[in-house]
Write a protein that binds this ligand. Structure first.
Ligand SMILES: NC(=O)c1ccc[n+]([C@@H]2O[C@H](COP(=O)([O-])OP(=O)(O)OC[C@H]3O[C@@H](n4cnc5c(N)ncnc54)[C@H](OP(=O)(O)O)[C@@H]3O)[C@@H](O)[C@H]2O)c1
Length: 283
């Protein structure tokens, strides 16, 4: 089991949800913590909180918009200027979108793909060479259970998370035995700002899933860090979520398509006339 002692960790998307919790739990172990996201005031507040709780570590907030190259380069420049090498990368920043795909403004789709795919790939490419040179490093990429089997009503999001899974699995093979490990975490639904932002109208509509599938953030992060320390390739936090995700994964797509037609709230295109606007009752 690896230890995080003496390491420098970079957590993306640390201003809320899973990312804030990763920062809180890592602050108890690492010696330096770098946190990033767009909302500077949230990052500064978290920095103060963590610095009070763990005065022996150094915490830096680096506000940046990771959905554009300029924003990503803020991080690159900061690391170069401070001569800092990252030992633990938590590629957590991500956003969702739900509703009929063709009604989504393309700018929203582009920004989702830039954040969920390009930024995760960019940061991995940025830190990996130094990790390989030092023969030590831990990368955690946050996927999703819908990255294993796609979900209609969130096509671009599912697709982006499938990329996270495929990219991470291939890279994991490439770096096997190098001293650097890569773990993909596939959470189920979480109580964060995620669903409110994924809704095109900003309404906080939660998906209809059984209550036992909502795993507390503390548990998700604790289990994820344990999985990374143990060098696991893939992990679904939460016992029931793990079982549900496994069954979902094993279900043939032809059967899933049939089930989705019955349960998902988007009106089926075949039932609507050509000119009728397709609506989503989730919004
Ligand atoms: N919530 C769920 O049900 C669920 C399920 C499976 C997987 N996940 C994944 O878990 C990860 C964390 O999501 P969460 O649930 O914690 O949601 P969240 O509370 O909305 O957190 C998302 C984080 O990403 C940051 N972010 C968003 N756009 C950004 C941008 N353009 N540049 C930099 N940072 C940006 C946000 O900060 P700023 O707004 O300050 O930039 C925030 O800190 C995501 O990868 C998500 O796909 C979530």
């Amino acid at each position: 089991m690896k230890s995080f002692r003496g390491m420098t960790a970079l957590v993306t998307g640390a201003s809320s949800g899973l990312g804030s919790e990763f920062a809180r739990q890592l602050a108890q172990e690492v010696s330096q913590l770098l946190i990033t996201s767009r909302r500077a005031e949230r990052l500064h507040a978290l920095t103060e909180e963590l610095q009070k709780q763990s005065p022996h570590i150094r915490v830096f907030s680096i506000p940046a918009d990771l959905s554009c190259q300029k924003g990503r380069e803020i991080l690159t420049d900061w690391l170069a200027a401070e001569k800092t090498e990252v030992d633990i990368l938590i590629n957590n920043a991500g956003c969702g979108d739900y509703g009929p795909f063709e009604e989504c403004p393309f700018e929203r789709v582009r920004s989702l793909l830039e954040l969920n795919i390009v930024s995760l790939t960019y940061l991995t490419r940025l830190v990996l060479p130094d990790m390989l040179k030092k023969k030590r490093g831990i990368i955690i990429n946050i996927g999703s259970i819908v990255g294993r089997k796609p979900l209609p009503t969130c096509a671009a999001y599912s697709g982006s998370k499938s990329y996270v899974h495929a990219f991470s699995e291939a890279l994991r093979w490439e770096i096997e035995g190098s001293g650097v490990t890569l773990t993909v975490i596939a959470p189920g639904p979480l109580e964060t700002e995620f669903f409110m932002k994924a809704s095109r109208k900003g309404t906080d509509t939660k998906p209809f899933v059984p209550p036992f599938m909502w795993v507390p953030l503390k548990k998700v992060v604790h289990e994820s860090l344990m999985a990374a320390k143990a060098g696991k390739a893939f992990y679904v936090p939460g016992f029931y979520t793990r079982i549900a995700s496994f069954l979902h994964y094993l279900t043939p797509s032809s059967l899933l398509r049939y089930i989705y037609q019955l349960i998902l709230p988007i009106k089926c295109r075949n039932n609507s006339s050509k000119d009728e606007k397709i609506t989503c009752s989730l919004d």
